[in-house]
Design a protein around this ligand. Sequence first.
Ligand code: NDP
Length: 414
Amino acid sequence: MAAGAGQGETMALAGPHSAKATSANPPQRLTVLGATGSIGASTLDLVARSGSAFEVFAVTAHANVEALAACARSCGAERAVIGDATLYKALKDALSGTSIAAAAGEEALIEAASVPVDCTIAAIVGAAGLKPALAAVRTGRRLGLANKECLVSAGDVFMREVARAGCELIPVDSEHSAAFQVLKDAAPESIERIVLTASGGPFRDWPIERIAIASRADALNHPNWSMGSKISVDSATMMNKGLELIEALHLFPVATHQLGMLVHPQSIVHCLVSFVDGSVLAQMAEPDMRTPIALALSWPQRMAAPTKRLDLAEIAQLTFQAADEVRFPAIRIARAAMERGGTAPAVLNAANEIAVAAFLDGRLRVPDIAVMVEETLGMADREGLLAEAVGLEAIISCDQEARRLCREIVAGRT
Ligand code: NDP
């Protein structure tokens, strides 16, 4: 169970979230970090459909000024923040004629995230989202966490801050949202195993020779989910599932050997939890991120989400198979980093971000991504970088050094 999240609460009867704010039931104030992305757009879609139930304080983006200004206007945000400090004037111009305050730069992102609101959705991609998400944690309010890289890089530090601040952390990643729901009120000693499901991505049935020559478009062509480019590539290499194992290790009271994965091509069952009495509980839903986002926005109640309803007769078959670590070596590499612990997951994550960016730029092929990550981990080990994760600053400097190493390795390769 995620620290502080709904523990000891009684599940309210399912029903739509209040579509109308009243004085007894005021609007929930919301900040969306990474509002122009796939998760950000799904969040704002739910908000738009919820009448006056939500009121948006801040929306943020990195460089996409037009999209940020458009979403700030349409959701009536009080503040729009662009991460790239050089884009302040462009944002200000794009917001002219509105009362939306513009801000720019990393400090402005962190400052916006530090303003207490009822719920922050952390949907920046990559370790760039760590400091803003931590700022939101420190407000001691609710955090809907989509940004898995935060927990992969700095899970111990992050969860310590969650506990210290009394933050209500609700996972948004669909598998972790599923586990969160299934594990509600479960005693840690009753949990035997958590199994995350994986669609298998676009290359699930591809032979290794075909994966070796896959294009950028092939990697971005996810069969079940519509997502941002980085996570789509992570799904194609199955590094995504490796990152999710590490995410689960920090969110739930289990050890590494209690975490597993299963390929489930239909993406209907999101997670299976086995208990010591032999019961296995699962959560099912159509693959649409608006379901876990709605849960994060409304827990412990449930708000309406306009997703396709699950029709098992139509689907007819749910299938499961073991993950193939030969065609998808990223799984083995991520698991090894998880077992090593300390700063190894931060190095894994940083190297993966660099390698994925190089792939998206056309400088690497799909199989090179795992090779670059493994070589970076090896070099980091030889340089004594794989150590205890003592604090945030140490993790950030390790992340930066791992990026430098990986860039060198990629440059050597290309
Ligand atoms: P997108 O790439 O679609 O969106 C990323 C968002 O982060 C954009 O708003 C982008 O702004 C912003 N951003 C990017 N870089 C920076 C930066 N350096 N500083 C500040 N903001 C930045 O990503 P997704 O929505 O797909 O994913 C977001 C997170 O959620 C990821 O961690 C992903 O793993 C996780 N997640 C996503 C799922 C999905 O279905 N999409 C499912 C489960 C988890 P701009 O538009 O200006 O570039």
